[in-house]
Design a protein around this ligand. Structure first.
Ligand code: ATP
Ligand code: MG
Ligand code: MG
Ligand code: MG
Length: 563
């Protein structure tokens, strides 16, 4: 590519609307332009990087047994009504009507479409497992689209769905995806941690978020300083969920199946940590868990259970949070309210902390290393505080650090949530009808590009990891009007191209300073300078963007090296 042909309009000023480095730099370096809030055009440089990220993803998905498909972005409401998510998904869903008034949505995710696909095709356990994926635009009407590609309303996602005949099959598919994600983010050159995330059972093995470490990230994570324990603290965006206007809930009403939402329950109980509350469960006078309200990632579920013991032993993935609630009911003294009792469950990291630490409201003291049941008996527990810096790691006891990160991917054991709701099953070895045991696995492709920039940049611009750089090498002749320089530049350019290096020749008749600035801003990993020294002394200066190291090569070095 010749820079004189490249459509990469760079800006000298930092655009006012951009708050974080990746957003600022992608605008300044000519990667993206805004069409509407959270909706962007990807210019050639961004598109090249995105295609490289996608290619890495494809290779790893295929290696793990995935098959690529393309599902429709427009999805009929009927399927979402079948799964029960048409109403609960809420305002984040873009809905459209066709000319006959039929309702559709623009796919925020594809569980419904794929469950419908597979239920019509797969009949026997012999055809399982099936792993299907796509890389495609997703649509979510985020409350606060921001930070450029980081939180878009239209964004690129890779989503894979696994269908297995049983839980142990799902465990294998899950582990394959977990490993594939580890490979993908390593290959992209990111610093990341897989963290136990919300929605999981006690122990948190049912969902992990892959989090790129970055101070500008929206997720707060607790990371052990010694072992590999890492867990997501409550995410800031959940705090944005507004409590509904209706707050007059009598407890009797709360505990009935037609009860409203967890927000209403939280408001009714006047709980102080509404941001973090994942579930509220109620027990009857015999300590039986009779009702629980759960906040999932996108939805509010309300589930009735017969008793806590049963809840604890439930292993179905869609009831994981209930399991967690049940678990808490099993060990923690609940809030005494008339005859009924409430148990409040906060996020996964706190669940993991259950034996080590718990806060009680008595005189606002916090108790470290307390066992709630043993130490508090029937005391009123109103608050469980979030894990904090310096707290003991729930796995190994070493101090925990609180840091920030960007959720770039998530792997999730769905279990039979969708296959049950949508009657999607197969015949097992004994000819019995069984629901598919499913998993879903997402990667934010466009967000991954942002995350890479958040992690690697300096005051001069982006520093691309080689694997996802739009071009790996930029050749910069200092004076494009100098024939000898241009000729040498062209020779090296062709040699590198022949060696399949992604190379750009900055043939623009700009001052050298301008071209150097642009090369740093765009962030090519390697810059080759062709100036008088290269011509007169056969000394070709080669600079590594990341470290600033300079290597000197001869023309022969280049031509031989790349042959
Ligand atoms: P978040 O918590 O940031 O809202 P999510 O948990 O809702 O993300 P998932 O449903 O898990 O997202 O989607 C899979 C992946 O898609 C996420 O891990 C993230 O990398 C990416 N993603 C989700 N929402 C957006 C968005 N609005 N813009 C860009 N990427 C996104
Ligand atoms: Mg979200
Ligand atoms: Mg999330
Ligand atoms: Mg997620």
């Amino acid at each position: 590519m010749y820079a004189s042909n490249l459509y990469a309009p760079t800006l000298r000023e930092v655009p006012a609307e951009a708050e974080i480095p990746s957003h600022q730099l992608m605008l300044r370096a000519g990667f993206i332009r805004k069409a509407a809030g959270g909706v962007y055009t990807y210019l050639p440089l961004a598109w090249r990087t995105l295609r490289k990220i996608e290619q890495i993803i494809r290779e790893e998905m295929d290696a793990a047994g995935g098959q690529e498909i393309a599902m429709p972005i427009m999805q009929p409401s009927e399927l979402w009504k079948e799964s029960g998510r048409w109403e609960v998904f809420g305002d984040e869903m873009f809905k459209v009507n066709d000319r006959h008034g039929r309702e559709f949505c623009l796919g925020p995710t594809h569980e419904e479409i794929i469950t419908d696909l597979v239920r019509n095709e797969i009949r026997s356990y012999k055809q399982l497992p099936v792993l299907l994926y796509q890389i495609q635009n997703k649509y979510r009407d985020e409350i606060r689209p921001r930070f450029g590609l980081m939180r878009g309303r239209e964004f690129i996602m890779k989503d894979l769905y696994s269908f297995d005949k049983d839980e142990s099959g799902l465990d294998i598919s899950y582990q394959k995806m977990y490993d594939a994600y580890t490979n993908i983010f390593n290959r992209c050159g990111l610093v990341f941690r897989p963290v136990e995330a919300d929605g999981g059972a006690i122990g948190g093995s049912n969902t992990h978020e892959f989090t790129a470490l970055a101070q500008t990230g929206e997720s707060e994570i607790a990371v052990c300083t010694k072992c590999d324990y890492a867990a997501n603290n409550e995410k800031a965006e959940l705090a944005l969920i507004e409590a509904p206007a209706e707050t007059e809930l009598a407890l009797e009403k709360v505990a009935t199946p037609d009860t409203k939402t967890i927000e209403a329950v939280i408001e009714y109980l006047n709980l102080p940590i509404e941001k973090s509350i994942k579930a509220v469960a109620f027990e009857d006078e015999h300590d039986r868990l009779i009702c629980a309200f759960v906040r999932g990632d996108h939805e509010v579920n309300e589930v009735k259970l017969q008793n806590a013991v049963e809840a604890v032993s439930l292993r179905m993935a869609d009831e994981n949070v209930i399991t967690a609630a049940g678990g808490v009911a099993g060990f923690m003294s609940p809030i005494g309210l008339d005859r009924k009792k409430a148990v409040v469950v906060v996020d996964q990291s706190v669940m993991a902390m259950k034996n080590a630490c718990c806060g009680a409201n008595e005189a606002d003291k916090h108790y470290i290393n307390a066992n709630p049941q043993r130490d508090f008996g029937e005391a009123i527990v109103k608050d469980i505080r979030l894990i904090a810096a310096g707290d003991p790691c729930p796995h190994c006891g070493a101090p925990v650090e609180i840091t920030r990160g960007i959720e770039i991917g998530q792997v999730f054991k769905l279990g039979t949530k969708y296959s049950n709701a949508m009657h999607a099953g197969f015949l097992d070895e004994n000819g019995r009808e069984k629901p598919f045991v499913m998993g879903c696995y997402g990667i934010g492709v466009s967000r991954t590009m942002s995350a890479a920039i958040e992690q690697l940049h300096d005051e001069n611009g982006i520093i691309w990891p080689k694997a996802i750089a739009p071009y790996e090498v930029a050749i910069v002749p200092i004076n494009a009007k100098d024939e000898a320089q241009m000729e040498l530049a062209e020779t090296i350019y062709q040699a590198l191209k022949n060696a399949h290096v992604d190379v750009l020749l900055d043939d623009r008749k700009e001052r050298a300073g301008v071209k150097f600035k642009d090369a740093d801003l765009i962030g090519y990993p390697v810059r080759i300078t062709i100036g008088p020294k290269a011509i007169n002394e056969d000394n070709i200066e080669t600079k590594v963007r990341k470290t600033g190291e300079i290597f000197n090569f001869t023309k022969e070095n280049y031509l031989v090296k790349v042959q």
